[in-house]
Design a protein around this ligand. Structure first.
Ligand code: NAI
Length: 340
């Protein structure tokens, strides 16, 4: 299973494992690099040994962020790109991470961001499809349940959609689940990983605590409170920031964990498995064709999509609540592209 901290820790170990043939280091672009997530994410990717070149793009501020992080004494190179240089930023990119778009303010749901972020994500996806059509695309911009289908439809219209290469980043839910469970059990979060499936908002976030060695002991009211906290943990940050945005630092960490996992898989590491929101057959018969479950990553991106496994009665009820909402969110994303 996926342990977020272990993923970061394992980089030097992997570097040693592959020392006889050095890993092919990867060019990564960040679109939205000047923002609350983009800045710390750019820094963390600068210290990621599997990155060779970092392209930082934003409609404002990316050259400054690039100049700043470029001084960090790691072996990658960094370039910043202004609003008019999106194509140049994407040239040769093998992995494109997208945190561009507006974040929530108190009282907002992620769906409230749709009107602004849908067109931002569609336009960026159009450019990726044109300039870097074989890049793996990691979507952070909310609402992820809709923005991922938007990217898929946009790429499909351009004739370059490959479902193996598109990921909604739901890692923050996995990170939160491990941390919040550890606060209940008193264990180190590194030893209490939790698989989180479904989507990335409210009721669509389904933590499978019964499959976790420590989580399965949590019952009754403690369990319902823990599930609710995992589903709505983002609201704690939005409320505490009081109008100044949503999770940025923990999100940058989570995105780095996922990017690291993908880079390790691209470099041939086996058994890299983590939950991510992808084009999925698991609930397709119920009209839900994007879903997050454990996915084994490989050199081409998605290698194997694992079923969600045995569920407790409580988890089955959570899945039942998740699916109709997720279906609505996915359809909203698709019709945004197809109505245009
Ligand atoms: P922010 O407002 O601090 O930064 C967003 C950045 O995107 C800004 O620098 C802005 O200039 C840039 N941007 C806007 N339009 C752009 C375009 N067309 N091309 C390139 N860059 C563009 O927002 P923050 O806090 O960084 O959040 C970004 C997104 O990530 C939001 O949609 C937020 O809801 C989402 N998010 C997702 C999470 C997840 O778990 N997947 C967790 C937390 C936030």
């Amino acid at each position: 299973m996926f342990a977020a901290r272990q993923a970061l820790r394992s980089v030097p170990r992997q570097a040693r494992l592959f020392s006889s043939s050095a890993p092919a280091r990867t060019k990564v672009a960040v679109l939205g690099a000047g923002g609350g997530i983009g800045q710390p994410l750019s820094l963390l990717l600068k210290v990621e040994p599997l990155v060779s070149q970092l392209s930082l793009y934003d409609i404002r501020g990316a050259p400054g962020v690039a100049a700043d992080v470029s001084h960090v004494d790691t072996n990658s190179t960094v370039r910043g790109f202004t609003a008019d240089a999106l194509d140049q930023a994407l040239e040769g990119a093998e992995v494109v991470v997208i945190p561009a778009g507006v974040p929530r303010k108190p009282g907002m749901t992620r769906d409230d961001l749709f009107n602004t972020n849908a067109s931002i994500v569609r336009d960026l996806a159009t450019a990726v499809g044109r300039v870097a059509p074989t890049a793996k695309i990691l979507i952070i911009s909310n609402p992820v349940n809709s923005t991922v289908p938007i990217v898929a439809e946009t790429l499909a219209k351009a004739g370059v959609f490959d479902p193996r290469r598109l990921f909604g980043v739901t890692t923050l839910d996995v990170v939160r689940a491990a941390r919040f469970l550890s606060e209940v059990t008193g264990q180190d979060p590194a030893s209490t990983p939790v698989t989180v499936v479904g989507g990335h908002s409210g009721v669509t976030i389904v933590p499978l605590l019964s499959q976790s060695s420590f989580g399965k002991g949590v019952q009754g009211e403690t369990l319902s409170k823990l599930v609710h906290r995992i589903q709505y943990g983002g609201d704690e940050v939005v409320a505490a920031k009081d109008g100044a945005g949503s999770a940025t630092l923990s999100m940058a960490y989570a995105a780095t964990v996922f990017t690291n996992a993908l880079l390790r898989a691209i470099n041939g590491e086996e058994n890299v498995v983590c939950p991510t929101f992808v084009r999925s057959p698991l609930f397709e018969s119920q009209g839900v064709d994007f879903f997050s479950s454990n996915v084994e990553l490989g050199p081409e991106g998605v290698k194997t999509i694992f079923p969600i496994g045995d569920l407790s009665a409580e988890e089955q009820a959570l899945i039942d609540a998740c699916l109709p909402e997720l279906k609505k969110n996915i359809e909203k994303g698709k019709s945004f592209v197809n109505a245009a």
